[in-house]
Design a protein around this ligand. Structure first.
Ligand SMILES: Cc1cc2nc3c(=O)[nH]c(=O)nc-3n(C[C@H](O)[C@H](O)[C@H](O)COP(=O)(O)OP(=O)(O)OC[C@H]3O[C@@H](n4cnc5c(N)ncnc54)[C@H](O)[C@@H]3O)c2cc1C
Length: 490
């Protein structure tokens, strides 16, 4: 595994996505999973639907326990939302990814998998408002220097009022953001941004969409930092994270390698799920191949799975599944003939009239992502399936993005070497106020199938990160292994 990782970049032959298919033949002919090579006949065979972070992690832990497995992936590559794409000498991820060190066991496991290729990265982020750049997560001292004392005094007053309000639980993202930051800061930096990102007013978003974004700033740190300066800089300014040397896709490919390449079927779209007496009996792939299954783990979007059931679920379940909303992302990658655009890992754009939410510079995650004297900037445009931007062609997207970046003085036209677009469906489940209850009803309905489990972000309709997905996959496999052991005893 270590040799494979060390040779990872050299092994890439094509200019397309970085995938299992693109590796040297001596690396792709791994006949068996490294875990199961000496195992006896597996006790069970698991059919895992989708080969994103969740499907691959379930496969990884299942292989470790010696289970038989097949992963069915609709796309031509593994990794789902967490892939790395190659364009010439440049690499960029499908969305600005970082590996968070939140679960020591998961971090330890992934360090073991990637060896020295899981790098520690430390790069800050900033918010771009007009020509102003503000540190993110927000820092009072930085706000003072960029916005001026009057605006900060107003923000501090707002914050004080918000924090003195009686304690309560916050149902909406807007309530949570205003209580944490006060109205003026929340409005300028968070509420408009969230409306763009999710396509829903922040008053209609559940508080769980905040993820870790709202942690850190409180009254104590606000005043401490303002009085004592950078020495008092607190946890929320920490820009540290882990990152695979050749992009987040390297982690996905390492998981895939551990699953055993022969166990992964790409270009295999699940089209129907047959069931009888509370059990999934067969799955249909690509509208033609019908396969018997014993245990199924689905990481497909919840609505996609429900709408594939045959016989179909009750009409109210189908209607609810159609009401679930997912956000897509259009990526525009610009390859630039300059050493860097900024020193930041990401730049955030909260202003409503800017069509994108975030731009990231891959080389600030790992220097291997760009040639040393050149850089790339990848812009994220969140949208819905019916938005014009999701239907737009490459040239108009590139033109729209470059025009705005030039106006903001971030890049110059003459620096652009080339550009690419990439379309990422099902990037985020939209956690509005109704969807949590709806998703829970749908998940409850699916618990009626005794040999079915769900894993991952869009399958469980939760706003989770990769380390969450890996941890939950490990727990799921451990739970299933208990059932396998019990069955063996009976
Ligand atoms: C822009 C962006 C930035 C992010 N940044 C971070 C970050 O910094 N750190 C972090 O930890 N996480 C981050 N995440 C979240 C992380 O990418 C996800 O949590 C994770 O990738 C979810 O994996 P998954 O397997 O649940 O879903 P997916 O990756 O969506 O995988 C589902 C798979 O199912 C396949 N599929 C769909 N339909 C079918 C079908 N009918 N038949 C067969 N296969 C099918 C899809 O092709 C896909 O491969 C980010 C996500 C996005 C979108």
């Amino acid at each position: 595994m270590a040799l494979y990782c060390a040779n990872w970049r050299k092994s890439i032959k094509t200019t397309d996505s970085v995938t299992l298919q693109n590796r040297d033949s001596n690396l792709t002919t791994v006949a068996h999973s490294p875990f199961s090579a000496s195992s006896p006949q597996p006790a069970e065979h698991w059919s895992i639907l989708g080969a994103g972070a969740a499907g691959l992690s379930v496969g990884y832990f299942a292989a470790k326990h010696g289970m038989g497995l097949t992963l069915f992936e609709a796309g031509s590559e593994v990794g789902g939302s967490a892939r790395t794409i190659r364009s010439g000498e440049f690499f960029f991820d499908t969305g600005a990814h970082r590996f968070h060190d939140k679960d020591p066991e998961v971090t330890h496991e992934m360090k073991g998998l990637l060896g020295g290729d899981l790098l520690e990265a430390n790069a800050p982020s900033q918010i771009v408002c007009g020509r102003r750049r503000i540190d993110f997560p927000l820092s009072p001292l930085n706000l003072l220097t960029t916005l001026g004392p009057l605006a900060v005094a107003e923000a501090a007053w707002d914050l004080l009022r918000a924090r003195l309000a009686p304690a309560r639980t916050f149902e909406t993202f807007a309530d949570l953001a205003v209580s944490r930051y006060g109205y003026s800061i929340a409005k300028t930096f968070l509420l408009d941004y969230s409306a763009k990102l999710w396509g829903v007013p922040p008053e209609e978003l559940g508080s769980s969409v905040s993820g870790q974004r709202l942690k850190g700033l409180n009254l104590r740190t606000f005043f401490l930092e303002t009085m004592r300066g950078r020495r008092a800089k607190t946890e929320h300014l920490d820009g540290g994270f882990y990152y695979p040397r050749y992009g987040i896709g390297q982690l996905m490919d390492a998981l895939a390698q551990a699953c055993g390449q022969k166990n992964i079927r790409t270009r295999s779209r699940l089209t129907r799920v047959f069931h009888s007496d509370g059990r999934i009996t067969h799955i249909q792939i690509n509208d033609r191949e019908k396969l018997a299954v014993s245990r199924v783990i689905s990481s497909l979007p919840l609505n996609v799975f429900l709408q594939s059931l045959d016989p179909p679920p009750p009409p109210e379940i189908l209607d609810m599944s159609r009401s679930l909303n997912f956000r897509h992302i259009v990526l525009v990658a610009l390859f630039l003939n300059r050493p860097q655009v900024s020193a930041n890992a990401s730049l955030y754009f909260p202003e409503p009239d800017v069509p994108f939410t975030r731009a990231y510079e891959p080389k600030h995650r790992s220097p291997a992502m760009s040639p040393s004297r050149q850089t790339s900037l990848v812009i994220e445009i969140p949208c819905g399936a019916n938005d014009s931007v999701w239907q737009a062609d490459r040239d108009s997207l590139v033109q729209m993005v470059t025009r705005r970046l030039i106006e903001m003085n971030l890049i110059q036209e003459k620096e652009i070497l080339s550009a690419e677009t990439h379309f990422l469906p099902y990037a985020y489940p939209v956690l509005d106020l109704n969807s949590a209850a709806t998703a829970q009803k749908l998940l409850n309905y699916l618990t009626g199938f005794s040999n079915l489990k769900l894993a991952g972000r869009c399958a469980l309709f939760r706003y989770v990160s990769i380390h969450d997905v890996i941890r939950d996959s490990r727990l799921l496999v451990e739970e299933l292994m208990e059932a396998v052991k019990l069955a063996a005893l009976n």
